[in-house]
Write a protein that binds this ligand. Structure first.
Ligand code: URA
Length: 270
């Protein structure tokens, strides 16, 4: 919440812009919240408010989106999930398919959403937060944080193919930014999360660091250089790692991790 100290020294919560309130409450990013307002879906004390200058007092005003009351929680929530294969990255699915929402504490933290996405069959680290601005900052094109993946692939990429990945291959939706790519040696490959119980003959494990976040990007990049991805795991997202968090479980970020993310958010929204 936005806190101020009055001339008498007591702490008080000051009115804030409606779109900021909605983003803080985890309803959507600030831009997404503006779209909700423009669409006439947001009311303050029963009145539709669509003007961008509208302000609310979080202590006294009743804000609703589509008729549901929205409140600020004291602290935004940040956690990472070790996503198993077989789950889609969405908070609900009209077809009833397993989705990541069932693996994180959405009851305790309403408004929790995944920052970015992993494919249905991809495993590994996925950040969740109730802080809409944080989500927007981490996915901002100019601020995309580095993400490290390990991929089990058919065949073994040659030095030339790795060089192509490092220079930036062309995908259907435009050229890729250069990506770090290495073939892991046998010992490192055995420890990679995509290898459980031995590697099938004719496969290798590639470590790849992306700065972007396009749909199926790792699979498409490796396909361009002739290697089908058989298994894919993300083991870091910006400064965050799983740190022993078991597949299918989640852990809260610690204060240091939150502080680093706040720094990235501050740079982006500045
Ligand atoms: N790249 C992919 O191909 N899939 C993912 O899930 C993430 C990155």
């Amino acid at each position: 919440m936005t806190r101020n100290t009055s001339e008498h020294g007591e702490e008080r919560i000051v009115p804030m812009r409606l779109q900021k309130f909605l983003a803080r409450a985890g309803v959507a990013s600030r831009r997404g919240s503006e779209n909700l307002m423009t669409a006439g879906r947001v009311r303050v004390n029963g009145e539709v408010r669509c003007e961008m200058g509208a302000k609310v007092d979080p202590l006294t005003d009743v804000v609703t989106v589509d008729g549901r009351v929205v409140r600020l929680s004291e602290q935004p929530c940040y956690l990472v999930l070790n996503k198993p294969a077989g789950y889609i990255t969405t908070m609900s699915d009209p077809y009833g398919r397993p989705c990541v929402a069932s693996l994180v504490p959405t009851e305790r933290y309403p408004g929790l959403f995944a920052v970015g996405r992993l494919d249905y069959d991809t495993t590994g680290i996925l950040l969740f937060t109730t802080d809409g601005d944080m989500g927007q900052a981490l996915l901002h094109p100019s601020h995309h944080v580095d993400k490290h993946y390990v991929a089990m692939v058919e065949g073994t990429p040659t030095a030339e193919e790795l060089a192509q990945l490092r220079e930036g291959v062309e995908l259907g939706d435009g050229p890729c930014a250069p990506a770090e790519a290495v073939v892991l040696d046998a010992d490192d490959a055995q420890c990679a999360a995509v290898v459980h119980g031995g590697m099938p003959r004719g496969t290798s494990v590639v470590g790849i660091t992306l700065h972007e976040g396009r749909k199926h990007q790792v699979k498409r990049m490796l396909a361009v250089v002739g290697h089908k991805v058989l298994r894919l795991h993300r083991d870091s997202f910006g400064p965050l790692e799983l740190r022993g968090c078991a597949e299918g479980s989640w852990r809260m970020l610690d204060d240091d991790e939150v502080r680093i993310l706040e720094g990235i958010k501050g740079d982006t929204l500045a």
